[in-house]
Write a protein that binds this ligand. Structure first.
Ligand code: C2E
Ligand code: MG
Ligand code: MG
Ligand code: MG
Length: 282
């Protein structure tokens, strides 16, 4: 009897599979025209040095404000863009837009751009990066491309070659969300990543007293140091977490505590405020 009840009730609460598929299809349709409709925006989240005093970079994060669906989370539309390969034109727009913006910042501030596996694996990706750098005038050493370990899953050789090409342009490459995927220490041996980004999962865990998270961050810091790479802790939300991360020796910090992702204009204001403060101290 309980089984009957549960089954029937449950059905009433779940949107039907058909409705889900329909929603998915509509979202995909809208995504197809989002670039032409000017529905994308980049927001910028500061990455600060371990002291929390200097903005060393901004990570460009994509936002989609759809006419039809309102704000759609990147967690929802990025995978969809990857599956449909719409990430190729969208990603190119992101790269160009982010490089243009970075040209408005002081030269010591870098820009971080996320690149999804289909983008990196597309023939001519490095060439496209080179063209956009030429076109915008951004020096290659001010661009850091962020990839996750998942780029090595489908074709590791192509991924490696593409990353090496980007590095030979003079760009940096960061390994994003480190520790959440299929961690592949082998790639660290031969690819010159500049930064390992420690996922928020570990930062949160360590702050909550989870010994395994703490041990993992320690190990990543030690490893990156001896490999001549830097570490960025992601998702630092409060002063306690910032102090902990600083104590553990991470090189850079990113998170709501130091700044939420913000509009391009606000990012510039933040840099202005920082410059003013610095000249006051000097
Ligand atoms: P990600 O590259 O790991 O970016 C960091 C995510 O953590 C961002 O979510 C950011 O808003 C969020 N975050 C930063 N600090 C905090 C914090 O203190 N607390 C919490 N709870 N969250 C924090 P967002 O913007 O929703 O982006 C999610 C993911 O979508 C990104 O993860 C990235 O994988 C992907 N993504 C975003 N923009 C792009 C893009 O232009 N291209 C590609 N290919 N992927 C993108
Ligand atoms: Mg990222
Ligand atoms: Mg990340
Ligand atoms: Mg992350």
């Amino acid at each position: 009897q309980a089984k009957d009840l549960g089954g029937a009730e449950h059905c009433g609460f779940e949107p039907s599979l058909h409705a889900l598929a329909e929603e998915q299809r509509q979202l995909e349709d809208s995504l197809r025209s989002a670039l032409d409709n000017d529905e994308f925006e980049l927001v910028y989240q500061p990455v600060v040095d371990a002291n929390g005093e200097t903005v060393v970079s901004f990570e460009a994060l994509l936002r989609w404000n759809s006419r039809l669906h309102g704000h759609v989370s990147p967690a929802k539309f990025i995978p969809m863009a990857e599956e449909t390969r719409l990430i190729l034109p969208i990603g190119k727009w992101v790269l160009r837009e982010a490089c243009k913006r970075a040209m408005q910042w002081p030269p010591h501030v870098m820009v971080n751009v996320n690149v999804a596996p289909p983008q990196l694996l597309e023939p001519g990706f490095a060439k496209m990066v080179e063209e956009i750098l030429d076109e915008t005038g951004l020096p290659a050493d001010r661009l850091e491309i962020e990839v996750t370990e998942s780029v090595f899953l489908s074709d590791a050789t192509v991924a490696r070659t593409a990353l090496e090409s980007i590095m030979s342009l003079g760009c940096s490459v960061a390994l994003d969300d480190f520790g959440t995927g299929y961690s592949s220490l082998g790639y660290l041996r031969t690819l010159r990543f500049s930064t390992i980004k420690v996922d928020r999962l570990f930062v949160q865990g360590a702050a909550q007293g989870n010994r395994e998270s703490l041990a993992i961050i320690r190990a990543v810091v030690a490893m990156t140091e001896s490999l001549g790479m830097t570490t960025t802790a992601e998702g630092v939300e409060n002063a306690d977490e910032a102090a902990l991360i600083r104590g553990l020796g991470c090189t850079k910090i990113q998170g709501y505590y130091f700044g939420r992702p913000m509009a391009a204009r606000e990012a510039i204001s933040m840099l202005h405020r920082e410059a003013t403060q610095r000249s006051r101290i000097a």
